[in-house]
Ligand binder design. Structure first.
Ligand SMILES: Nc1ncnc2c1ncn2[C@@H]1O[C@H](COP(=O)(O)OP(=O)(O)O)[C@@H](O)[C@H]1O
Ligand SMILES: [Mg+2]
Length: 333
């Protein structure tokens, strides 16, 4: 399998009056073509910063080190103009704040047409607006994609294409963003908390959409919703305190978590399925003053003296990686 995205040793820092917030620390992650990878972790662990950094949207944060290789090019080295070309055309985003992701001044139909034009001729918005409804095959293709995302009924009833984003529910706005990604044939889709802040029915529909896209599109799904990640992802990375502490195939990690944080996080989520994530550690880790050693050691039920002295390196164990001293020598218990 070839990887489409490979993040190497990425660190992202926010310089604030209170000090340097190290929101991402030495992140290593790869996503293979047509694979769906999930990133999980409690609120404040750095998931959204990672999501934004992939597309140079992390400002005022700064990429302090590392590389983000996408299809053989290092995104951290691209200019603003080059990144504008990558965003939407090559990597499509479904941000958590989807209310602002669509253009409020244009209808859904016009924006879907724009996505199609981008693929067909790299055309801009005005070309799309003029072409809307005239271009042979456009309506059919748009309708087909909307059907596949369970929005065909809305089109039939005249409740989608002529509407403006503010007239749509959050779940529909998200699915319109996914439709734009499919029409533009973006190489990769990255979604930040796609199932959060949705009513139950919309959440179920979003899960169905993600399951359906799995295997056909390369996806990175960022969420603290264990059920969403479990039901849609091939592999998963668990984040704590700005670091990835464990990665592996979803079922392996789910059935046999190795890192003590992953174990706690899963037990907490199973306990509170469907609810807001309870805080595993009592306090969200302060990303300015890290404790010496492993940042999880003050809360870790399996901590030993070395854990307060040395930050554990990421150990590879077959298809898994884990950053924990329990696995330092022989592959652990
Ligand atoms: N604009 C900012 N200025 C300073 N710190 C920030 C900023 N944005 C994010 N952070 C820091 O980065 C950490 C990670 O945030 P985020 O990636 O949004 O977490 P989450 O995992 O909940 O998505 C936060 O705890 C916060 O301290
Ligand atoms: Mg977030």
């Amino acid at each position: 399998m070839t990887d489409l995205l490979r993040i190497n040793d990425l660190s992202v820092v926010f310089n604030t009056d209170a000090g340097h917030v190290r929101a991402n620390r030495g992140i290593n992650l790869n996503v293979n073509e047509n694979e769906t990878v999930g990133i999980m972790g409690e609120s404040g662990c750095g998931k959204t910063v990672l999501f934004l950094s992939i597309l140079h949207l992390q400002q005022p944060g700064r990429i302090a080190s590392g590389s983000i290789m996408f299809d053989g090019r290092d995104l951290t080295r691209l200019s603003g103009n080059e990144m504008r070309y990558v965003r939407g055309r090559q990597i499509a985003l479904v941000p958590q704040d989807h209310a602002t992701a669509l253009n409020p001044a244009y209808t859904v139909g016009q924006q879907l047409q724009e996505a199609l034009n981008i693929r067909r001729n790299g055309g801009g918005f005005w070309a799309a607006a003029r072409a809307w409804g005239q271009r042979k095959g456009s309506r059919e293709e748009i309708k087909e994609v909307l059907d596949s995302l369970a929005m065909g009924d809305l089109v039939e009833n005249g409740r989608l294409l002529g509407r403006y984003p503010h007239q749509l529910s959050g779940g529909i706005r998200q699915r319109v963003l996914i439709a734009m990604a499919l029409l533009a044939r973006a190489r990769m889709l990255i979604a930040d908390e796609p199932t959060t802040a949705l009513d139950r029915a919309s959440r179920e529909q979003m899960l169905e959409v993600l399951k359906q896209l799995r295997g056909r599109v390369t996806m990175l799904i960022i969420s603290h919703d264990l059920e969403a990640i479990h039901s849609t992802c091939d592999r998963v990375a668990i984040m704590y305190g700005g670091r990835i502490v464990e990665t592996g195939y979803m079922l392996d990690v789910f059935n046999h978590p190795k890192h003590p944080y992953t174990k706690l996080f899963f037990s907490c989520q199973r306990f509170s399925r469907g609810d807001v994530l309870p805080d595993v550690t009592g306090d969200v880790l302060n990303l300015i003053d890290f404790p010496a050693g492993c940042s999880f050691h003050p809360c870790c039920p399996q901590a030993s003296p070395i854990c307060s002295e040395i930050d554990p390196a990421e150990i590879r164990m077959g298809n898994r990686t884990v950053a924990c001293h329990l696995y330092r020598d022989s592959g652990g218990p």
